[in-house]
Design a protein around this ligand. Structure first.
Ligand SMILES: N=c1c2ncn([C@@H]3O[C@H](COP(=O)(O)OP(=O)(O)OP(=O)(O)O)[C@@H](O)[C@H]3O)c2ncn1[C@@H]1O[C@H](COP(=O)(O)O)[C@@H](O)[C@H]1O
Length: 137
């Protein structure tokens, strides 16, 4: 079965292979020639296009622009020396953490409320006492 991570890994390898091609014929080589700030700009532009298409309710365009976004993300990864497996490892770490969180009790035991020492020291005890004292007269 072809998975999303296989597909991104193939794209990543294709980006690495295109890095040293002729910038006149390869878009990827051109991006590497122009450097990380140009790559970042392209990635941000594609992200904005996805956002606009989603807001407009154009799901077909969201799909197309998401694929462009992922291409530009893999280019930035390659430039930053980040490999897809580095990202998968972080995602697995988060999944594992969520797994642990699911095992924790849903609602923690209720403890009596205790004023924090900081709040207690800020309470204007003298002023309130003074007002209460005036009211009594
Ligand atoms: N998978 C992709 C891929 N997906 C999306 N794109 C992008 O194709 C987009 C859309 O093309 P358009 O001409 O419509 O772009 P545009 O936004 O109007 O114009 P630009 O300002 O982006 O030039 C661009 O945003 C690219 O960033 C890709 N460009 C290349 N690849 C793959 O990258 C590898 C290397 O290809 P080359 O870069 O051609 O060597 C190959 O495997 C390609 O298939």
């Amino acid at each position: 079965m072809r998975t999303m991570s296989d597909s991104l890994e193939r794209l990543y390898l294709a980006v690495l292979a295109a890095r040293d091609l002729d910038p006149a014929t390869s878009r990827t080589a051109r991006l590497f020639q122009r450097g990380p700030s140009k790559m970042a700009k392209k990635l941000a532009e594609e992200a904005i296009e996805v956002v606009i298409d989603a807001v407009n309710g154009d799901s077909e365009a969201v799909i197309r622009e998401s694929a462009d976004l992922l291409y530009n993300l893999t280019v930035l990864w390659a430039s930053a020396g980040v490999r897809p497996e580095d990202v998968w490892r972080e995602m697995t770490r988060r999944e594992d953490m969520l797994g642990i969180a699911e095992k924790l009790p849903k609602s923690p035991p209720k403890l009596p409320k205790v004023a924090s020492p900081r709040m207690a020291s800020r309470r204007p005890i003298v002023a309130l006492d003074g007002r209460a004292a005036r009211k009594r007269h």
